[in-house]
Design a protein around this ligand. Structure first.
Ligand code: C2E
Ligand code: SIN
Ligand code: SIN
Ligand code: FE
Length: 505
């Protein structure tokens, strides 16, 4: 099918007139469809993609004015230009025609040169109009795409390739009979091992289909350090780059008429075989989509990096607090893991489990301010020493400060020695007044402290530790713990032992 040949519908009840018009138009490169009355005309115009209508006024059944009115009332058809063929000097007909929405008039008997000139002018106008409407649609689509991208943006779980799929989904031709979009999209990008992967996308029975393409299209193309966007049409075949592209794809069984592409060292996208000439606008639409995607990718990378730096800093600070403990950094890692196991067991969201795993590592950061002689004292503490020791909770809250990202760590530092029965410190909080993260940490911290040797105590095995926590030993009592957290510990103490064994000092 030659889609560049404009289709003109000629409507006249006189076969002789139709013949003359047909001869003239066909010999000037137009495709001609004919209708002998209004009904046939409306039928034909809906069924075929008509570019222009030449409409006689005088017809039986529905006259030309009514046909024109119906065309202009129809959302899908109103952009098709209508030229009315009127009798010479019939001014009232012209007024009626203008009211019916006709774009132009030709008086009969007509001058062939005039007919052709007016048709050319109106077709040009229609093309510009179509492009303008199409550009509006694309701006809308891009805005929607951008909005959706930002709303669903999850920087820590950003999947670049699924975003590329979404871009392809937006630019590719989805249905037979439409021509504005490319029929084929080819995407190339390096995978996580820096090996370039190429995919070709096409709509097959209304589903987006992607197949690996066994070609590296970077070879014959100039890929600049930054990026470039180019487009080529059929008559650019003498350009070496486009010729190379056409020949290479021909070798893979793909016939190329035109293309727009975005080329960079991080991503190449080719939009191939638009059903019309490709324009600068198409190239810039492609460029905008790619830019949005690369922007989100880079943003996601930066956020991930910041997140890693944040985690690293939290661990570094947590390790600093242990300088005077006999523990190595493994105590803080184990406590984090017990906490996230309890949180998961209690059905808390994964985000909470992840946060407590990281932020619980700061629970004893306040010990930095407690004198090493107290921390390392082999025996029981004097009342003064104990009063100072208990302050590690509030010292920690001060060190961590009011940073919102560390709000949980601050609550944990302050509440990890509170007891469910109200007998803990520093505030003697009771029951649910103690933040849940503090209640979870209290059991996790004690399990690990009991398992390890301290200056003031020997190490206990798993059984002994469980007995102290579950049954109590006088110092520790079951009433100290949140009953839900204690039940969770009873159900999952095996997991505690696993974590301890895995990360033994
Ligand atoms: P830590 O050594 O990390 O112990 C944390 C918590 O585990 C203790 O909080 C306590 O609830 C529990 N725990 C530790 N060892 C035992 C034990 O032998 N039996 C029982 N039933 N529970 C134990 P707590 O009591 O609030 O102590 C907070 C911190 O104060 C301890 O952290 C430790 O650094 C220090 N501390 C506590 N008692 C002594 C002591 O007698 N001598 C010295 N030098 N330091 C002590
Ligand atoms: C289009 O995308 O239909 C074409 C172009 C334009 O608006 O210039
Ligand atoms: C201690 O004085 O060593 C601890 C007292 C307590 O656990 O309340
Ligand atoms: Fe503590």
């Amino acid at each position: 099918m030659d889609i560049t040949r404009p289709k003109i519908l000629c409507v006249d009840d006189e076969p002789a007139n139709l013949k003359i018009l047909e001869k003239l138009l066909v010999s000037n490169g137009y495709e001609v469809l004919k209708a002998k009355d209004g009904e046939e005309a409306l039928d034909g115009i809906v069924k075929s993609m008509i570019d222009l209508v030449l409409l006689d006024v005088m017809m039986p059944k529905i006259d030309g004015f009514e046909v024109c009115r119906r065309i202009k009332r129809d959302e899908r058809l109103r952009n098709i230009p209508v030229i009315m063929l009127t009798a010479l000097s019939a001014t009232s007909d012209r007024i009626k025609g203008i009211e019916a929405g006709a774009e132009d008039f030709i008086s009969k008997p007509f001058d062939q040169g005039e007919v052709l000139a007016r048709i050319r002018m109106l077709l040009k106008m229609k093309t510009l109009n179509d492009r303008l409407n199409h550009a509006y649609d694309e701006i809308n689509m891009m805005t929607n795409f951008g909005e959706a991208s930002i709303q669903s943006f999850d920087p820590l779980n950003f999947a670049f390739f699924s975003k590329v799929d979404a871009v392809v989904e937006h630019i590719i031709r989805k249905a037979a009979g439409t021509f504005d979009e490319p029929q084929l999209v080819i995407v190339g990008a390096p995978d996580e091992w820096q090996a370039w992967q190429w995919l070709q996308y096409e709509y097959v029975s209304s589903k987006l289909n992607s197949l690996p393409l066994n070609l590296d299209l970077r070879q014959g193309l100039n890929i600049p350090a930054r990026s470039r966007t180019v487009f080529y049409n059929e008559n650019d075949r003498d350009q070496p780059e486009f010729r190379w592209f056409v020949e290479t794809l021909a070798g893979a069984g793909i016939a190329v008429a035109n293309m727009a592409c975005y080329l960079s060292k991080a991503l190449c996208i080719f939009a191939v075989n638009y059903g019309r000439d490709v324009t600068r606008h198409d190239a810039s639409v492609l460029n905008s989509f790619v830019m949005q995607t690369l922007f989100l990718k880079s943003l996601s990378g930066q956020i991930r990096e910041t997140e890693h730096a944040f985690e690293y800093t939290v661990y570094a600070l947590a390790r600093a607090s242990e300088a005077n403990d006999e523990d190595t950094g493994n105590h803080i890692l184990r406590v984090g893991e017990y906490c996230s196991a309890i949180a998961a067991g209690l059905g808390m969201p994964k985000a909470f489990a992840d946060a407590i795993c990281l932020q619980s590592t700061l629970h004893d950061v306040g010990k930095i301010h407690v004198h090493p002689d107290i921390l390392k004292k082999p025996g029981k503490l004097t009342p003064e020493e104990w009063a100072e020791m208990k302050k590690h909770t509030t010292y920690g809250a001060t060190i961590i400060g009011e940073q919102p990202r560390l709000a949980m760590a601050q609550r944990i530092s302050l509440s990890h020695h509170e007891r469910w029965d109200g007998g803990g410190y520093p505030n003697g909080l009771k029951g649910e007044h103690i933040p849940i993260e503090g209640r979870i940490l209290n059991i996790a911290d004690q399990y690990d402290a009991l398992r390890n040797r301290r200056a003031y105590k020997p190490a206990f095995d798993h059984q002994t530790t469980c007995r102290i926590i579950i049954e109590g030993d006088g110092r520790t009592l079951p009433s100290h713990f949140d009953p839900d957290v204690l039940r969770m510990f009873k159900e999952s103490h095996g997991r505690f032992e696993e974590i301890y064994e895995k990360r033994k000092d």
